[in-house]
Design a protein around this ligand. Sequence first.
Ligand SMILES: Nc1ncnc2c1ncn2[C@@H]1O[C@H](COP(=O)(O)OP(=O)(O)OP(=O)(O)O)[C@@H](O)[C@H]1O
Length: 252
Amino acid sequence: MSAPILSVRGVERRYGARIGCTGVGFDLWPGEVLGIVGESGSGKSTLLSCLAGLQRPDAGSVTYDGRDVLALPETERRRLARTEWAYVHQHARDGLRMGVSAGANVGERLMATGAGHYGDIRAAATDWLGRVEIAADRIDDRPTAFSGGMQQRLQIARNLVTGPRLVFMDEPTGGLDVSVQARLLDLLRGLVRDMGLSVVIVTHDLAVVRLLADRLMVMKSGRVVEQGLTDQVLDDPQHAYTQLLVSSVLQV
Ligand SMILES: Nc1ncnc2c1ncn2[C@@H]1O[C@H](COP(=O)(O)OP(=O)(O)OP(=O)(O)O)[C@@H](O)[C@H]1O
């Protein structure tokens, strides 16, 4: 029997009188993908940043691998953030260093975990560019010379090169063309499966969670209104808000 990799209880974050999220609780099991869906303003990003320790909740607990995330010293949280955790931002520029080459973007994450041999780092960077379908001859180009989809794939390589255990993703396919989204989703699904990643993915796109998530949590106005197995929630939504979300997609 394994233990949850992430346990969340009663998480609340307020912005003055406004609720960011409240009363959120779930367990994430190793190798599981949890999707968090809800319309804009429902509290998804607030929750994700609380889970990753980027914002401090006003109440509740977040336990990673048996450790109280909110009590971690900042140096330890940062160490986890560059080794065992990864955070894929919606906008690739928030997760990349735009002023250095693609190879350096991937390689410097390895260096941050202790790798020091230039040849090994470059070989690993080349390998990872290949895994995210970026041609090896683009290794010395800066991300500014890449398309939006390529930048997002590079951000994924930078995040996954260190072999993290827990990955947070905030709208990873947002703002991309539909065909680019489909390719990225396919790639993500393969990587998640091959690496056995535990993932919390936030999106407003039900097609993304249908493809990637084992379990689904539906948020509205900062609260979880429904959760369950993805197919169950999408095929037989119980809450009126989830029914609305599902039917609005079907009508498109
Ligand atoms: N920095 C902030 N200051 C004040 N209020 C905020 C801040 N960030 C979020 N909020 C509020 O908290 C609530 C939840 O916002 P949040 O961004 O988490 O939702 P979301 O579901 O991620 O939306 P989106 O999909 O548009 O990013 C909203 O009412 C929002 O206005």
